[in-house]
Design a protein around this ligand. Structure first.
Ligand code: F6R
Length: 614
């Protein structure tokens, strides 16, 4: 998704901007650009493709300045091209970068064209640059012209604006898209920065100020002025980020995705830390306000997108079976346009790695007006909008996830749900020894994940079976059905092999027609109540000549034979642990298939890490 970086300093800011863009590359983008005030004039350079192309353009046209903005663009309106890349400029040296979507851009474009403005791109963004120029004709202060402009915009935006008429300053605005101000400290006093993600600024600062919805801010070298949506000057708190600049380095791993798969034992352990002790879930695990809410919860509504939706889908099985509470799980983009009927005392739960997914945020905002008991966010980014807008929060503590394909965020989400199940259960009659048993199962997870990661070399060999395949099926039952969905999503998003997931019992109702020797069928088969049912379903596959790959418990009775490959998983993984443990080999399988096929594993085509537009 698009990324913004900006800086005002007493030195050349281009290296800060380029390093910031590099650190935003993981979000996914197709072009990049930079604009600085060079000797008082806007100097802009843009390039299609990776940031390195922009760096080459900078080598050819040396560019320097003390005030600048930069951007990585992920095409929404208009193809990826140099003319559509940001920054966009208007008359008299106004340059802007924008994340988000302006829904009324066509109408604004027509009005501006009638006023004589000439457009050079197909983007929705360019209208903002011209509109700012238009307002500057009426009143010459850039900050006020930006305020007047954003009042006319419908949609979502984070904006950074510079102008030849206002050197040594940037104007920043936020509505619906995240943006932060980084404050220069110590030897960098007298410098301030802006970005759409703290990760972009970690080499220059760890002190941040987060803008709220509707804020417009003036960023000067020694001063930040913030005006809220009501036009009042406000002071937004400063916070120290706990992330270190090298938290996002890849180390010896070939890809971030592989590094993040291997970080899972630690990520899960960190998620449990200080929340469970002495075989019990601590009362404060979901924050001080949670006890009252959980006690009164009579039903649970979960909303999320993509991989996070799969985590919610697993949770549903546990919340119903263990807590005996009704639970519904919805895709956020669907939920937000329904008129949900809200049963009394329903807890609304969102799940998100980034906490900035536009559909999930919109669903949360709808929920807050719909009579839910309370809102809980399970999220990996403490500074995110989702966290700030929810009443209760459980942070997943996976650390920064850079690979576009979610791995450690998913298993930590499942861990957080494990704790939610215990917390809800406790308030709904769960006996102490049951709580103790479930907490013990959670604490065993890091070692079990470690043991499962030892299967990596075996799975690397298995991956060769998939390299020349065009389709694959994933099967599971019960709480392992969403794990089959997650396995199929991972394979398709990074290896570009078409994959589908089915609840194994559904196979004979249609998809069995697809099964032949060219369609590998992957099944996840822990030793649980549904094992015998799953076995019968897999017989149906074998009988049609389908090639089976089964991840199975050693005692499950599966044996490798012609057309059947059994990968033996750790012994006796419990019902409560199986979704997390059986996810690991599916992540490794997709990773190895993708590397064998030579795809861009960390930045798969057409995808973005943080989907901040609808
Ligand atoms: C897939 C993946 C996506 C995200 C989805 C929601 O590997 O990462 O499907 O899960 O875009 O993102 P978050 O969790 O940030 O809300």
């Amino acid at each position: 998704m698009c990324g913004i970086v900006g800086a005002v300093a007493g030195r050349d800011v281009v290296p800060i901007l380029i390093e910031g863009l590099r650190r935003l590359e993981y979000r996914g983008y197709d072009s990049a650009g930079v604009a600085v005030l060079q000797h008082g004039k806007v100097q802009r350079l843009r390039a299609v493709g990776k940031v390195v192309m922009l760096e080459q353009a900078l080598d050819d046209t040396p560019t320097a300045g003390h005030t600048g903005i930069a951007h990585t663009r992920w095409a929404t309106h208009g193809v990826p091209s140099e003319r559509n890349a940001h920054p966009h400029i208007s008359r008299d040296g106004i340059a802007i970068v924008h994340n988000g979507i302006i829904e009324n851009h066509e109408q604004l474009r027509r009005e501006l064209q009638a006023l004589g403005y000439v457009f050079t791109s197909e983007t929705d963004t360019e209208v903002i640059a011209h509109r700012i120029h238009y307002h500057l004709q009426m009143q010459p202060v850039l900050f006020e012209a930006v305020q007047a402009t954003v009042r006319e915009l419908h949609g979502a935006y984070a904006l950074a604006v510079l102008s030849e008429a206002a050197p040594d300053s940037l104007v920043l605005a936020r509505a619906g898209c995240p943006v932060v101000v980084g404050l220069g400290q110590g030897e960098r006093a007298g410098e301030n920065y802006v970005a759409s993600d703290v990760a972009a600024l970690l080499p220059v600062t760890r002190t941040f100020m987060f803008l709220e919805e509707g804020d417009v801010a003036l960023i000067e070298r020694t001063r930040i002025t913030v005006v809220d949506a009501a036009g009042k000057t406000v002071v937004r708190p400063q916070r120290e980020s706990e992330l270190s600049a090298d938290a996002v380095e890849r180390g010896d791993y070939a890809h971030y995705m592989l590094k993040e798969i291997y970080e899972q034992p630690r990520a899960v352990a960190q998620t449990l830390e200080e929340r469970v002790a002495g075989g019990r879930l601590l009362a404060a695990a979901f924050g001080p306000a949670a006890e009252e809410v959980l006690k009164n919860t009579e039903a649970v509504q979960i909303v999320a997108c993509g991989t996070s939706f799969h985590a919610g889908s697993v949770a549903r099985y546990f919340i119903e079976q263990i807590c005996r509470l009704p639970c519904w799980v919805d895709i956020a983009s669907e939920f937000r346009y329904r008129s949900p009927v809200v049963p009394k005392n329903t807890l609304f739960v969102t799940i998100s790695q980034s906490g900035e997914t536009a559909d999930t945020l919109a669903a949360l905002r709808l929920a807050k007006q719909s009579g839910y008991l309370s809102t809980l966010a399970i999220c990996n980014v403490p500074e995110s909008s989702l966290v700030r807008e929810s009443e209760l929060v459980m942070l997943t503590r996976a650390g920064p996830e850079i690979g576009v394909a979610s791995t450690k965020a998913f298993t930590t989400q499942l861990t957080a749900f494990g704790m939610l199940v215990v917390a809800l259960g406790k308030h709904h009659g769960m006996p102490l020894e049951r709580e103790h048993g479930l907490v013990t199962r959670l604490l065993e997870l890091p070692a079990l994940i470690e043991a499962t990661l030892a299967l990596d070399p075996v799975i690397r060999v298995l991956a060769e079976k998939f390299v020349d395949k065009r389709h694959a099926l994933f099967l599971g039952r019960g709480a392992l059905y969403p794990i089959a969905m997650e396995g199929s999503l991972k394979l398709k998003e990074i290896s570009y092999i078409h994959a589908e997931a089915y609840a194994a019992g559904e196979l004979k109702h249609g998809p069995l027609a697809l099964v032949d020797a060219d369609m590998p069928v992957v099944a996840v088969a822990p030793n649980n109540d549904l094992l015998e049912k799953l076995k019968s379903n897999l017989q149906e596959v074998r009988a049609r000549g389908g090639e089976l790959i089964v991840f199975a418990d050693p005692d499950s009775g599966f044996q490798s034979e012609d057309g059947v490959t059994v990968i033996t998983m750790p012994r006796h993984v419990s019902y409560f642990q199986a979704p997390i443990i059986y996810t690991i080999p599916l992540q490794l399988l997709s990773y190895h298939v993708a590397t064998l096929r030579g795809t861009d594993v960390d930045k798969p085509r057409n995808l973005a890490k943080s989907v901040t537009v609808e």
